[in-house]
Design a binder for this molecule. Structure first.
Ligand code: AHR
Length: 658
């Protein structure tokens, strides 16, 4: 068989006429229908969630008000004063007397009754509303001075009111108030105002606004369109809350799940580590309200049918930043956080942490099966800590699978060291990360062919092809990247006995609030779309199959030969053969797939095809499905399928075999 050098896409294009000539002969593939080589873990294709790029606050969490509780370092960040048409007044921050994590509130002091006086909130890169939809504003208030005070909230298109509501009768005790407004038009860029009427002083806090169309209509819930994009992927697992956010810039800044459950006023607002990470994309207004906390992550996992996969700090802060270490003697708190988390997820309702889950409305266990210890940590300091976690977790919960890290890179000294040590520890699942150029993905489709079958299994926990054709700051989710990931993923699937979980990373990005790209799903305050990479991931995750079967050409698996990559699975529940063939060459290719073994299908199959002649092609908010799958059909004649694969295409075929 002719060998195709996966790296040389450009050269292949130049040679197009010659290659085209050579292609009259179809490439003959064979699927051995009855030779199952591995089972596919139900967790195989999943999701990696991290609060980066405004993924949680400003994204999945549908809260529309930035700095809703005045707890940012600058308590007025996100807020501007409104004082027009002769209005006079002041606003100033006060500290709550009661102990707790909600430290600050705002006093609004109004000195006359003329004009408009109050606050404007910037939202998360703006505020957007949809015509006819209800928006619920809630806030805490108490009168400090005066009476007959009214709060009027307004949604404005510049000066024109497109939604409005009022509430009065405040008392001198803190209480929650609500205003429901209906938006008269769809608008991204609403001028939101929170106005005080009447003379006097009103103390306010936790000013929050949500649309009514949240996921499952839940109060203070998640953005429905974004959850739907996740649910549509049929994800096998949901990894949360990251990523580097787990580790923190320093230990103080690490993710502490216990601070993210219960009532919102008990969830301490914290600076997001991505706030300052990249000098070229600083986001000083990026904080974590923890409106999505660990309860919500578990609930989301359950509702989208994904196994929850929490990752916890192992007692090392991000080693790219401070690398701060908890002394071994003081690691107990971290280990206990892991043990308590398992109890929170799975424990009975009368256990200490299980009762907290029940109080939050979920008495049934979440059936947690995995826990990750550390993210991208390295060195002996990681191994030392990982051993302590392992001993404690396995002693209390032998059934829980522990995910260990192999550091930030897919090769090199640290990677080798960690793998060596983890093997000695009999680690169960090792998390590997690869952010590499598209060519790396095409060249590494055989990465797992030779992995030790007696060692730990692999969790391909973060990967993305980073295109190098645009500026360093902006690596687009283009077709070359997505197609190259697909080529690589056929290798993951062929090796599903060792690769048990895989997830693209990161998941979400706000078009005006990102720090890192590429990302799987992009959104603004009204719209969202899946990238080319999203559609590739979805092709795999919605067509996983239950067991791998060999698909070969001349007796060998395909991982770049003739520009082709292939994998095949059987779905034993639907009695289907599912084959995935990627053609990275620019020219169309004829292939035949002979079905070897028992075949009793009806001779018809369907085929999802994603292709583009332009390697730079991408999806966008304005053209969300520019590169997306098209459905085709094919026939099986004499136990053989004949297909012409378009140049630069990812193809997933399905055919009943019984
Ligand atoms: O996915 C973005 C970041 O990449 C993650 O936080 C980290 O684990 C990796 O380095």
């Amino acid at each position: 068989m002719k060998k195709f050098r996966p790296l040389m896409l450009g050269v292949a294009m130049a040679l197009l006429p010659f290659i085209a000539q050579a292609q009259d002969e179809p490439t003959a593939l064979k699927v051995a229908l009855n030779e199952k080589t591995a089972d596919i873990a139900p967790t195989m294709w999943g999701l990696f969630f991290e609060d980066i790029n405004f993924a949680a606050d400003g994204g999945l969490y549908a809260e529309m008000i930035k700095n809703y509780s005045f707890e940012f370092e600058n308590p007025m960040m996100g807020w501007n004063r409104v004082e027009d048409h002769g209005a006079k007044g002041y606003v100033f921050n006060q500290n709550h007397e009661a102990a707790g994590v909600n430290h600050k509130y705002l006093r609004m002091q109004r000195l006359n009754e003329a004009g408009n006086f109050g606050l404007h909130n910037q939202g998360f890169r703006g505020i957007a509303v949809k015509e006819g939809l209800k928006y619920t504003l809630t806030f805490l208030a108490k009168v400090a001075k005066g009476h007959n005070l009214t709060v009027t909230a307004k949604l404005l298109d510049e000066d024109q009111v497109i939604g409005e509501g009022s509430v009065s009768d405040f008392s001198d005790q803190w209480a929650e108030y609500e205003i429901v407004m209906t938006a008269g038009q769809t608008l991204d860029g609403v001028n939101f105002q929170f106005l005080l009427e009447g003379e006097g002083e009103l103390d306010v806090d936790m000013i929050s606004m949500f649309p009514e169309d949240t996921w499952k209509g839940r109060k203070r819930g998640l953005r429905k369109d974004l959850v739907q994009l996740l649910a549509d992927m049929n994800p096998g697992f949901l990894r949360f809350p990251g990523g580097c956010i787990v580790e923190g810039f320093d230990l103080e800044n690490r993710y502490q799940w216990k601070k993210t459950i219960g009532e919102m006023e008990d969830r301490e607002v914290m600076k997001n580590r991505w706030n300052i990470e990249f000098a070229h994309r600083t986001t000083p207004d990026y904080y974590q309200s923890f409106g999505i906390g660990f309860f919500e992550y578990f609930q989301l996992s359950e509702e989208i049918g994904a196994e929850p996969l929490p990752i916890l700090s192992c007692g090392l802060a991000c080693q790219f930043n401070t690398g701060e270490q908890v002394p071994i003697g003081a690691l107990d708190q971290y280990v206990n956080d892991a043990l308590d988390l398992i109890e929170f997820a799975n424990g009975p309702v009368d256990s200490e942490w299980g009762s907290k889950r029940a109080e939050m409305g979920h008495p049934e266990p979440f059936d947690l099966k995995f826990i990750g210890v550390g993210n991208e940590n390295w060195g002996p300091q990681y191994i030392e800590r990982a051993k302590i976690f392992e001993k404690a977790i396995k002693a209390a919960y032998p059934e829980i699978t522990i995910v260990s890290t192999s550091g930030p890179f897919p090769d090199g000294r640290e990677f080798e060291y960690l793998w060596g040590e983890l093997k000695k520890m009999d680690a169960e699942l090792v998390d590997e990360h690869y952010y590499r150029p598209p060519s790396w993905f095409r060249e590494n489709a055989r990465r797992y062919d030779d992995y030790d079958r007696n060692g730990p299994k692999v969790f391909a926990g973060e990967y993305a092809a980073h295109s190098t054709t645009v500026s360093e700051d902006f690596k687009r989710n283009n077709w070359e990247a997505a197609m190259s990931e697909a080529a690589f993923m056929t290798g993951l699937e062929r090796n599903a006995d060792i690769v048990r979980l895989a997830s693209y990373a990161p998941l979400f990005a706000h078009v005006d609030g990102w720090q890192w790209n590429p990302d799987l799903i992009w959104f603004d305050n009204l719209r969202s779309y899946g990238t080319t990479n999203y559609h590739v991931q979805k092709l795999f995750s919605t067509n996983p199959g239950t067991a791998v079967v060999p698909i070969t050409a001349e007796g060998e698996s395909l991982a770049g030969e003739d520009g082709l990559y292939a994998s095949a699975t059987i779905d034993e529940t639907t009695n289907e053969l599912i084959f995935k063939v990627v053609n990275i060459a620019p020219e169309a290719k004829k292939i035949t797939i002979a079905l070897d073994g028992k075949y009793k299908g009806n001779g018809k199959g369907t085929w999802l095809e994603m292709a583009d002649r332009d390697l730079e092609a991408y999806n966008s908010l304005d053209n969300p499905t520019a590169v997306s799958p098209k459905t085709k059909s094919f026939e099986v004649k004499k136990k053989t399928i004949e297909l012409t694969l378009q140049g630069q295409s990812v193809n997933v075929g399905k055919v009943k075999i019984k």
